[in-house]
Design a protein around this ligand. Structure first.
Ligand SMILES: NC(=O)C1=CN([C@@H]2O[C@H](COP(=O)(O)OP(=O)(O)OC[C@H]3O[C@@H](n4cnc5c(N)ncnc54)[C@H](OP(=O)(O)O)[C@@H]3O)[C@@H](O)[C@H]2O)C=CC1
Ligand SMILES: CC(=O)[C@@H](O)[C@H](O)COP(=O)(O)O
Ligand SMILES: [Mn+2]
Length: 384
């Protein structure tokens, strides 16, 4: 029987690559729901090709265009946030891919877990904001949280077969486009510079997060909750080639690594097919052509976002939620060229100081913290 998938965020970088995987393994997977925020034309094309039971366009203003285009098809068309949450729990689904961006992924993921759906987790912000609650919910409902993020998939693969005796996790980081830029030069970063990731082609938000190293900070938090390892046993090593996707060091000093050319289809299809491995027709890594691997320490002075993420994780409570919300607002403002690159960590740090600390937040508390932080971070932008 085919595995039935809900793809939340099917029009994005992860979503479209997930559909490549489905296309390549149509004997194994079928799509029962597709969702997008605004990308109407692509959503319609995807619906016509994959014939899901339901499509959801989150932006209700765009509903009619999708409805009109699919009127002759046996596809239900829905709109809005509630509809998006509803498809995350649909009885016809076995697994939900969370490929929406930012805080918007949190509530649908929680709904899906409560409905017993296995999760292919791309939306790392879910665990950044509420990792403790979400992983506990998954445990309680017997739901698998299968990592799609390349580093976490690498660690997951290193732990396939043995999970005991882990000394530490070693997350690799590309270092982003500004790895070798001097502090002074970072003052002159443009939007276009920051959107040029050296190794990965991804959505705009995560590409900026990679440039500030906030992405790596988020990944430390994500790893802490996914693998149940404290932050002092999660290291970050800059590896500019992005061939080693991450590593696990065991108590006898042995280090396991997962390697391969940068291609998100691998972690996506592993999450879909787990515990099986399926064929993937992309290029293979060539040891003789690669020109060598290098490693560096991350520079927390030039890239304070990584420090801020470690500090937020250490402080606990709603701190990582504040970190995420402030970052979302600051990154959006940077993309709109309203603030400078170096304003991103400044706004995040100011928000962490300003927003009230909540020691044991509920999901409702996280929603409040998210809204309060966004409002505060916006004032930091207008004052700029
Ligand atoms: N891209 C990558 O290689 C990797 C991504 N990730 C994570 O995966 C997630 C997705 O990233 P990526 O694919 O790059 O992002 P994209 O921006 O490319 O795609 C985001 C998707 O989510 C939809 N979306 C965005 N905001 C909302 C919203 N408020 N409500 C409903 N739908 C929404 C978008 O719809 P629309 O097209 O209509 O805007 C789009 O389908 C992120 O959390 C990212 O950190 C993790 C590792 C690697
Ligand atoms: C593909 C993926 O998983 C991204 O999160 C990637 O890791 C970004 O690279 P860096 O954050 O290391 O630049
Ligand atoms: Mn990653």
């Amino acid at each position: 029987m085919k595995k039935r998938l809900v793809l939340l965020g099917s029009t994005g970088s992860i979503g479209t690559q997930a559909l490549d995987v489905v296309r390549a393994h149509s004997d194994r997977f079928e799509v029962v729901a597709l969702t997008a925020n605004n990308s109407v034309d692509l959503l319609i094309l995807q619906a016509i090709e994959f014939l899901p039971k339901v499509v959801v366009i989150a932006n209700e203003l765009k509903y009619q265009k999708v409805k009109d285009a699919l009127t002759a098809m046996p596809i239900e068309v829905l709109a809005g946030e509630e509809a998006l949450r509803a498809v995350a729990t649909m009885p016809e689904a076995d697994m939900v891919l969370t490929a929406m961006v930012g805080f918007s992924g949190l509530l649908p993921t929680i709904d899906a877990i409560k409905a017993g759906k296995h999760i292919a987790l791309a939306n790392k912000e879910t665990l950044v904001v509420a990792g403790e609650i979400v992983t506990e919910l998954a445990r309680k409902h017997g739901v698998k949280l299968l990592p799609v993020d390349s580093e976490h998939s690498a660690i997951f693969q290193c732990l396939m077969g043995e999970t005991d005796g882990v000394e530490k996790l070693i997350l690799t980081a590309s270092g982003g486009p500004f790895r070798s830029w001097k502090a002074e030069e970072l003052k002159k970063v443009t939007r276009a510079d920051a959107l040029k990731h050296p190794n990965w082609c991804m959505g705009n938000k995560i590409t900026i997060d990679s440039a500030t190293l906030m992405n790596k900070g988020f990944e430390v938090i994500e790893a802490r909750w996914l693998f149940g390892i404290e932050a002092d046993r999660i290291d970050v090593v800059v590896h500019p080639q992005s061939i080693i996707h991450s590593m696990v060091q065991f108590v006898d000093g042995s280090i396991k690594a997962q390697l391969g050319i940068p291609d998100m289809k691998l972690p996506i299809q592993l999450a879909f097919a787990y515990p099986e491995r399926l064929s993937l027709g992309s290029d293979r890594f060539d040891f003789f052509a690669c020109g060598g691997f290098t490693f560096e320490k991350p520079d927390l002075l030039r890239f304070p976002c990584l420090r801020l993420a470690y500090e937020a994780l250490d402080k606990g409570g709603n701190s990582s939620c504040i970190l995420n919300a402030a970052n979302e607002i600051a990154v959006q403002a940077f993309l709109e060229e309203k603030i400078h690159f170096l304003d991103i960590p400044r706004i995040v740090e100011q928000s962490l100081h300003q927003i009230e600390f909540v020691k044991n937040p509920s999901i409702d508390d996280y929603c409040l913290t998210d809204a309060e932080t966004r409002a505060f971070a916006l004032t930091c932008i207008t004052k700029n």
